[in-house]
Write a protein that binds this ligand. Structure first.
Ligand SMILES: [Zn+2]
Length: 295
């Protein structure tokens, strides 16, 4: 009864070093020199949101589970990245037909999905469930369900989940800003997809004079490829308007060009490219800069 909602599953597969993993923040004083400042701040906000979500989800399991449910078994989804309601039982051990009260149980699915995969959140899973084989996770009731409390928790979870979607966008915006900060004016980064296709990787940087620098381990260029790759791993939505699909690549390659800060807007003498790569007159709607970035 569970449908996969990508926005609820920002983590990548095992071995993906990307989004939200490296919990490192420079002191605020260093922000001016930290090309990742926006990204780090966005990711910190994302983690904080995640901590609050987990608290609410834990509370939901205490006070918000459907009336009559005494024991619920959760299992891994087909994609293996979250768990869902597999079976539910009354106090007498009789099976509950979860299809009968579909909406209520769909809520439980939606909420347990916020915990992600058991490996992502082992402590919480251990606190909430019993599991002998690491495949089936069993919740057993300890407190009575309170309808008013359940409603309040649901409301807070919905708000946090919505905020989370916005924070994810902020993270990607921060990642793109970090990429811009890490390359010289006029340079273009070409991205491809990671092995699992869930975040971008840097293939090469093309300098303003046309020199191409491949992303090699032994590259002795001044391009900080490690930092660039780290930032790129937080770019997951290639539909971002700041990215341009390489023609003929069938969605496999994207570029991002850093138009020099201060470059004049072609259609408004007062417009200049700001530090984020946008036109001060037309923002990110400046068609001419969009064209300029596609050079
Ligand atoms: Zn403009």
């Amino acid at each position: 009864m569970s449908t996969f909602d990508e926005t609820l599953h920002p983590r990548g597969q095992a071995g993906n070093p990307g989004q939200f993993k490296a919990k490192e923040n420079d002191a605020p004083a260093a922000d001016l020199e930290n090309p990742r400042a926006d990204l780090d701040a966005a990711n910190q906000a994302y983690w904080d949101n995640g901590d609050r979500l987990i608290e609410e989800v834990s509370d939901y399991f205490l006070h918000g589970m459907p009336h009559g449910a005494h024991r619920v078994e959760f299992e891994e989804s087909d994609q293996g990245d979250y768990v869902y309601v597999a079976r539910a039982f009354t106090e007498d051990g009789a099976p509950i037909d979860t299809e009968e009260d579909f909406d209520r149980w769909a809520d439980v699915d939606e909420i347990v999905q916020l915990l992600g995969h058991p490996d992502d959140n082992r402590t919480t899973f251990r606190d909430l469930f019993e599991s002998e084989d690491g495949r089936v996770f069993t919740w057993t009731r300890t407190e009575p369900t309170d309808d008013a409390t359940e409603e309040a928790i649901r409301g807070r979870i919905d708000r946090l989940a919505e905020e989370r979607r916005g924070l994810k966008v902020d993270s990607q915006t921060g990642a793109i800003t970090a990429v811009r900060n890490l390359i010289p004016d006029g340079a273009t980064v070409t991205f491809g997809w990671s092995d699992q296709g869930d975040f971008l990787c840097v293939e090469k940087v093309t300098l303003a004079d046309g020199t191409e620098i491949e992303n090699d381990w032994d590259s002795d260029s001044d391009i900080a490829f490690d930092d660039l790759d780290m930032a790129a791993s937080d770019i997951r939505d290639a539909g971002d308007e700041q990215l341009t699909e390489v023609p003929g690549s069938r969605g496999n390659r994207y570029t991002l060009t850093k138009v020099a800060t201060g470059t004049a807007c072609p259609t408004d003498a007062a417009g200049r490219v700001d530090a984020d790569g946008f036109c001060t007159s037309h923002g990110n709607d400046c068609a001419d800069f969009a064209l300029a970035q596609r050079n």
